[in-house]
Design a binder for this molecule. Structure first.
Ligand SMILES: NC(=O)c1ccc[n+]([C@@H]2O[C@H](COP(=O)([O-])OP(=O)(O)OC[C@H]3O[C@@H](n4cnc5c(N)ncnc54)[C@H](OP(=O)(O)O)[C@@H]3O)[C@@H](O)[C@H]2O)c1
Length: 325
């Protein structure tokens, strides 16, 4: 089974983790749909068990996902298996479990309330997950000001010394912010977008410089690289993919490039999803893709990608050539 290091933590995890956003079900972020439509909790739990049986040991969730629902499902599914798994979750927003609405504290992306609420938010996640400590606690606000991030980092160090979290990281696509967190002793990971359509050389360079894990969100380009959508695909109104921005930012750019690289991604018998994961592993030895999974079939197909391993150097070069990068 392929393994990767969680930065300098000394923790080894499966080279692929399970993304647990979709299994949170519907919720809104600042008034907009932010879930992936209706979910079947029993199937979500079966998917988590299936992933675990296939060797997946790393699970990524967030307080936001379904306003605590994803954390509860992860907690239920993994109860009694604490020693077999590494659990990551995220904080930084005001989460209303009753209304299933998420807002910025003070309606401000850079609110100081993030630090003031940190302990309370951590306790709420621990309660929902049914844990005594969180393995990796990640700051969820992508665009938070790097100038203010040191205060968040230092508050996280306190949570480490209190034993409520083991390590922390930031889910951000901004290398300047990543650098501020990387200065912290127990910062071991940056979570960021990385997939065959959207490379992230600057954040990967920070991970190299500081010895951090690169946890890769949206590794399947939000499903668009799997070949199951067309430009005309329709989604339920409570699905984030119903919004125009999914078409614009994710679907159309991917479909424009997919045909050019389909043959290479599916070489050696891989499916498209497996090829997309293989590209990420070949991109850097620090990468840990966390595809969003919500069925046993997806858990099985994605976990099987670890048996094939990374794409070869020739395939990687050919993809760069075909995508004119
Ligand atoms: N700001 C943040 O911190 C942030 C942002 C984004 C994501 N994340 C994390 O990263 C994880 C993954 O990112 P993501 O959910 O944005 O996108 P993704 O992993 O690129 O795509 C997920 C979607 O791909 C489809 N899928 C998965 N496996 C498949 C397979 N084998 N065959 C066909 N379709 C498959 C599923 O679609 P269906 O729903 O149609 O089945 C799934 O919902 C999230 O779950 C979350 O943990 C974090």
């Amino acid at each position: 089974m392929m393994k990767r290091s969680l930065g300098s933590s000394g923790i080894q995890v499966s080279a692929m983790g399970m993304g647990c956003w979709a299994i949170g079900g519907p919720w809104t972020m600042r008034g907009q749909q932010a879930g992936w439509g209706t979910v079947d909790d029993d199937e979500s739990i079966r998917a988590i068990h299936c992933a675990l049986e296939q060797g997946v040991t790393f699970f990524d969730t967030a307080a936001n996902y379904g306003c605590g629902h994803s954390e509860r499902i992860v907690g239920r599914a993994l109860a009694g298996r604490r020693d077999q798994v590494v659990i990551a979750t995220k904080f930084g927003y005001r989460v209303d479990e009753e209304t299933r609405c998420v807002e910025f504290y003070d309606d401000d992306v850079n609110s100081d309330q993030v630090v003031h609420h940190l302990r309370q938010d951590c306790e709420a996640s621990l309660r929902r997950l049914g844990l005594d400590y969180i393995d990796l606690y990640q700051f969820h606000i992508n665009d938070y000001s790097p100038a203010k991030a040191a205060a968040v980092r230092d508050a996280l160090e306190e949570l480490v010394s209190e034993g409520r979290i083991r390590f922390y990281g930031w889910s951000t696509d901004h290398p300047e912010g990543a650098r501020v967190f990387a200065e912290g002793k127990h910062c071991v990971a940056i979570q960021h977008d990385l997939n065959v359509i959207k490379d992230a050389p600057q954040v990967l360079a920070v991970c190299d410089e500081f010895g951090l894990a690169s946890i890769n969100r949206s590794p399947l380009v939000r499903g668009a690289i799997t070949g199951k959508y067309t430009a005309d695909s329709k989604f339920q109104p409570n699905d984030i993919r119903h919004r125009d921005y999914f078409q614009r930012e994710w679907l159309v750019p991917t479909l424009e490039k997919l045909d050019a690289i389909r043959k290479i991604l599916t070489s050696d018998g891989r499916t498209l999803a497996q090829g997309a994961l293989a590209w990420i592993w070949a991109r850097s030895a620090r990468t840990i893709p966390i595809p969003g999974i919500r069925s046993v079939a997806q858990a099985t197909e994605n976990a099987e990608a670890m048996r094939f391993g990374p794409l070869g150097d020739d395939s990687m070069r050919e993809i760069e050539r075909l995508l004119r990068r």
